[in-house]
Design a protein around this ligand. Structure first.
Ligand code: NDP
Ligand code: GUE
Ligand code: MG
Length: 292
């Protein structure tokens, strides 16, 4: 029950519900494509090593695929797999006509150069959208395969029905997989974009004037609730596990909810959308491959 003492309480941007609706549509399209072309869209997932959290994510991706009518090919490699061996597998998958998408779960062990690996994936099968070709396409306003987390965040922002033109957006974090492509997505729709990172001064002052906040620093509770401008949209990408096993994000959720107009929960916000966009990208790649 929400307290009637609050001046306002944010509406929840429900990623789990949006993901469920979108996965229904993806399944319908995947089934139609499978009967038309005689095979399902296929996603190859490669995991190197035995990080338990990574295995949980990969399992969720496989379940997501099967439910969406996408075939998943799983490659579980030991932690001491050589870079050369991994590159060999990627070449095989690049040439496999049953495989439409290839995902190498990050992080990879230290002896493997992730840049070399990501650049070895056929850009047409790069359903993570991490290859410099796909990043460059987004940067030059001709998106091809788009990074799943920023793409999912855009779908969540669209759900609010708010016109994004000229909106003051502040992204916290500048990683290759979240912050940077997020800035490109927001630019594409005509928003005004600030990207803060480790060297940025006075994070609070940036947050205080933001109409849209994308929190992706990977620092639990970094964004304090009282910094949020009344009515702002808060999208929390961060995921942290508390001592008790529960999940939380980069934003102080309870406090932020008193000021925000909209806010994503953790869990049930960005995470389910990331996997949904992976499925959507796999279907998109399939269509390109079969010429549909
Ligand atoms: N929900 C989902 O689907 C996903 C969630 N995540 C989660 O999102 C978070 C971020 O992930 P990822 O991008 O991979 O993480 P990284 O650690 O690769 O990047 C974090 C970024 O935040 C910046 N940063 C660190 N501290 C601050 C600070 N105090 N103020 C501003 N910026 C700061 C870093 O700066 P610098 O560049 O200078 O190091 C870096 O650019 C993690 O919690 C991760 O678990 C990630 C992917 C998907
Ligand atoms: N090549 C590659 N691509 C990725 O997209 C990628 C990656 N490597 N490495 C790790 C990060 C992290 N990531 C998440 C995806 C879904 C949830 C997700 O579904 N989260 C649920 C909770 C899941 C749980 O209960 O643990 C939620 O937020 O509701 C979280 C995190 C993808 N990543
Ligand atoms: Mg406080």
């Amino acid at each position: 029950m929400r307290s009637h003492m609050n001046s306002s309480t944010a509406k929840i941007l429900d990623g789990k519900a949006l993901a469920a609706r979108m996965r229904e549509e993806i399944r319908l399209e995947a089934d139609q494509l499978a009967s038309k072309h005689g095979r399902k869209p296929g996603l190859a997932v490669i995991i190197v090593g035995n990080d338990p959290a990574s295995h949980v994510y990969v399992k969720n991706k496989k379940i997501g695929c099967e439910k969406a009518g996408i075939h998943s090919f799983s490659h579980e490699l030991s932690a001491d797999t050589s870079q050369q061996h991994l590159l060999g597998l990627i070449t095989e998958l690049n040439n496999d006509p049953k495989v439409d998408g290839i995902l190498v779960q990050l992080p990879v062990p230290d002896h493997i150069n992730s840049e070399v690996i990501l650049e070895a994936i056929d850009p047409g099968k790069d359903v993570d959208g991490f290859h410099p070709y796909n990043v460059g396409r987004l940067a030059s306003r001709k998106p091809a395969l788009r990074s799943c987390t920023p793409y999912g965040c855009m779908k969540l922002l669209e759900e609010t029905g708010i016109d994004l033109h000229g909106k003051e957006c502040v992204i916290v974090g500048a990683s290759n997989i979240v912050g940077r492509p997020m800035a490109l997505e927001l630019l594409l729709v005509g928003a005004t974009v600030t990207v803060t990172h480790r060297f940025s001064k006075n994070l609070r002052s940036h947050i205080e004037r933001a109409e849209i906040i994308i929190a992706a620093a990977g620092k639990q509770g970094l964004i304090q609730g009282e910094w949020i401008k009344p009515g702002a949209i808060v999208v929390d990408v961060g995921i942290h596990r508390r001592e008790d096993g529960s999940l939380t994000g980069d934003v102080e959720f309870e406090e932020a909810s008193k000021n925000a107009g909209w806010i994503t929960p953790v869990p049930g916000g960005v995470g389910p959308m990331t996997i949904t966009m992976l499925l959507a990208n796999t279907v998109q790649a399939f269509k390109t491959h079969v010429g549909d």
